[in-house]
Design a protein around this ligand. Structure first.
Ligand code: ADP
Ligand code: ZN
Length: 721
């Protein structure tokens, strides 16, 4: 027996199948899709069995060393899915398989995670007459009769000696069952009667297949629709996947699913220990969990017979893996799996991505909508505060109207959410007096401040200019680079409202496991008046008593040098606004900004997604951005700066020679030009039809494979730059 093994070496040079022979005693265990340990250049390494054959042309074959898995970990569907992802992302096949497996399974050879076991007893089938037993023996036998299986511990509590006697007499038989680290309660809640709008949506999905875009305002009952669809799949004996942006940030969502479906769900998220992830993964493989909820990588859940795939908050950029290979988008994978299982894929959002909405308009996706909140509540009133005018009244970050409304809410014992969006890492320069920010003349993108060279640069085309002393618009010497921290605002808040109990939630305060859930619980229970946080406060939270949402500075996300900054701002503001007035009381939203006339802010005020979409689409068309054009981001890095410059120039020329329909921008230095002593340049491709981009890029990758001096990362449809 000869097997073809894809070996697991992260080295980019090796992405090949090697032949090995299998010793006689191991042959019966060999299956395609399991892992084996093989000798490779004086090392022992792991690999996936991809081929089983009778013979090979390779001379002096080596034997495999051992078998890692008893169960198949990559079934046929996942094996072919990996090949598709390799093709579309230009990553190695091995990286595409690795990304599908939980970390615990990828653990280095030799380190394994223990399974835990529980001992149970049940009645021997031969036992017919229970009246034969007396006293504690009768108690034990009766308990086993009514419950089927009983934990050893519970029987010992009745009587150890009776238990031992019954075991000895073969009345009770032992059963060892795996003990999973997590447990799900089975106290199921009653489901809600759907509204007419919800019923219509459910009916159209049930009747069809393909991809649906569910555009539903915040609080319109999308989650309830997802649960109904999943229940329908369950009744047909089918399983489901629910993708959420960051599951540890959406505990309320998970608990709703848990209350509806009990232990049929498996929730996979980064806060689980490796052991817990391993357990969840095996519950899925064994078909014990039918509904998998998780972030990006949950799309690879090894479920069979999938009947429904849900992608919640479809617009979220977290579905794109952008920090390592393969740079895939879970939404694309969802569509591939949906096709394979011939099941619907439902993507939902209050603010769909432009790409998705454009596809829905073209009929590629089917558009569904929930235009109203479930309880008939109107969306909250949004006030825009022009901080250019407020600037003279306050030294700090709070405008007079916001202070006033916070006071009012505090008096009424209502709760407040304050968003301080600090997502931008690169700082930008703005004029404190008139709000002017520097933009690239070619790209309409905010310039980024480079402290070392004291210049402003465009990260798209490489344009650069010196920093001025005074603002070119109002001539005041009031230029400043922006960067406001949550900590600073918290301090200010404590000074302004000494009586208020303030809870700060950001990545610094929520890094410990479970702390985020505890904070949300505490805020829900009314232990705090004000929740202050980064964009994590905007996501999917449902607090009844919140009547005021304040955005400290809407400009932070507007000024991020990215063509999606308006879209991201609109979606963030709409999401956070949706946290206000979800229950009985009317809600209000106050947005502070230096750009009150910006269309992203204006359309937020009007709760007008379609208006925003139309406006943004005209801009994207004009500037040749998605969804009109595809983008491919090529990052070239090297320790040797001069070498990098020459080689990037060569790459650019090769691209220009071969791709005549493609717009090629750059090379220009990356946002972080030098990182760990490695220099980085980028080239951006914009294209309408595929040309032969992947073919050419593959040739370039092949060409540089042998070179240890240059690394090329390729990102199709990047979520940001
Ligand atoms: P979304 O996911 O669109 O934000 P949710 O599904 O969270 O909306 O619904 C918003 C609120 O309305 C939740 O508290 C939910 O329990 C409630 N809800 C949803 N559908 C119904 C319904 N048909 N009847 C009663 N309450 C509902
Ligand atoms: Zn530019």
């Amino acid at each position: 027996m000869v097997i073809g093994v894809l070996v697991e070496l992260s080295n980019k040079n090796i992405d090949k199948i090697f032949d090995y022979s299998v010793p006689g005693n191991l042959r019966e265990f060999i299956k395609i899709g399991i892992r084996v340990v093989v000798p490779f250049r004086h090392q022992k390494i792991e690999g996936f069995v991809l081929e089983i054959k009778e013979k090979t042309d390779v001379s002096n074959l080596k034997d495999i060393i051992e078998i890692v898995d008893s169960e198949i970990i990559l079934n046929d569907e996942l094996l072919s899915l990996g090949k598709e992802i390799k093709k579309s992302t230009l990553s190695t096949l091995i990286s595409c398989y690795q990304v599908m497996l939980p970390k615990a399974l990828k653990a280095k050879h030799g380190v394994s995670i223990n399974k835990k076991y529980d001992t149970y007893y049940c009645l021997n089938d031969d036992v017919k007459d229970l009246s034969l037993f007396k006293g504690s023996q009768a108690e034990i036998v009766n308990l086993c009769f009514t419950k089927g299986e009983v934990l050893k511990k519970d029987l010992k509590d009745i009587s150890v000696s009776s238990l031992n006697t019954l075991i000895k007499k073969n009345i009770l038989v032992e059963k060892i069952c795996e003990h999973y680290r997590l447990s799900y309660s089975n106290s199921l809640s009653k489901k809600k009667e759907l509204t007419e709008d919800q019923k219509k949506v459910v009916a159209s999905v049930q009747a069809g297949h393909g991809v649906y875009l569910l555009h539903g305002v915040t609080g319109s009952g999308k989650t309830e629709v997802y649960m109904e669809l999943i229940e329908h799949a369950l009744l047909l004996g089918k399983s489901s996947i629910v993708l959420v942006p960051e599951i540890s940030l959406t505990p309320q969502m998970v608990s709703r699913f848990q209350m509806r479906f009990g232990d049929k769900i498996a929730a996979i998220h980064s806060a689980l220990s490796d052991g817990e992830k391993y357990d969840e993964w095996r519950r899925i493989v064994r078909g014990e969990a039918k509904i998998v909820i998780g972030a990006r990588s949950a799309i690879f859940a090894p479920l069979n017979n999938i009947g429904m795939i849900i992608v919640d908050e479809e617009h979220s950029d977290s579905y794109k893996q952008d920090d390592s290979n393969p740079r895939y988008n879970a939404k694309d994978v969802a569509i591939i799996r949906g096709k394979y299982h011939n099941c619907p894929v439902v993507m939902g959002s209050a603010t769909p991505s432009l790409e998705a909405y454009a596809r829905a308009q073209k009929g590629v996706y089917k558009l569904l909508s929930l235009p109203n909140r479930v309880n008939g509540r109107s969306l909250p009133k949004v006030d825009i505060i022009d901080m250019n005018k407020e600037f003279k009244y306050s030294r700090g970050h709070f405008s007079r109207p916001l202070i006033e409304d916070i006071n009012l809410a505090l008096i009424n014992h209502e709760q407040i959410i304050l968003l301080l969006n600090r997502r931008g890492y690169a700082s930008f320069v703005t004029c404190k007096s008139c709000g002017y920010t520097f933009k690239c003349p070619n790209c309409d993108i905010t310039l980024t401040y480079h402290k070392a060279s004291n210049t402003l640069r465009c990260h798209y085309c490489g344009y650069g200019e010196k920093v001025y002393e005074a603002c070119p618009k109002c001539f005041e010497k009031a230029l400043t680079d922006l960067g406001v921290g949550t900590e600073k605002v918290e301090e200010e808040l404590n000074n302004l409202f000494p009586q208020a109990r303030v809870l700060r939630m950001d990545f610094d305060t929520t890094s410990r496991k479970g702390s985020h859930e505890k904070m949300i619980e505490a805020f829900k229970n009314g232990e705090y008046d004000i929740l202050l946080g980064t964009q994590i406060v905007a996501k999917g939270l449902d607090f009844e008593n919140v009547t005021l949402v304040g955005v400290i500075n809407a400009d932070t996300s507007l000024n991020i040098p990215d063509f999606r900054s308006s879209e991201n701002t609109f979606s963030l503001l709409a999401q956070v606004a949706g946290r206000s007035g979800r229950s009985q009381k009317n809600g209000k939203v106050i947005i502070q900004t230096f750009n009150p006339d910006h269309y992203a802010i204006e359309y937020t005020r009007k709760h007008d997604y379609i208006g925003f979409y139309n406006k943004e689409m005209t801009i994207r068309k004009e500037l040749k951005y998605p969804p009109y054009y595809y983008i491919c981001y090529i990052k070239v890095s090297s320790k040797d700066k001069d070498f990098l410059v020459t080689e990037t120039g060569k790459i650019k020329r090769a691209l220009v020679r071969n791709l005549d329909k493609t717009i090629i921008l750059g090379p220009s230095p990356c946002t972080i030009f030098k990182l760990n002593n490695i220099y980085r340049y980028s080239i951006i491709l914009k294209y309408k039809s595929d040309d032969n981009i992947r073919e050419i890029l593959n040739k370039i990758i092949e060409h540089y494979k042998v070179s240890q001096k240059i690394k090329i990362d390729i990102d199709f449809n990047p979520s940001h730059f």
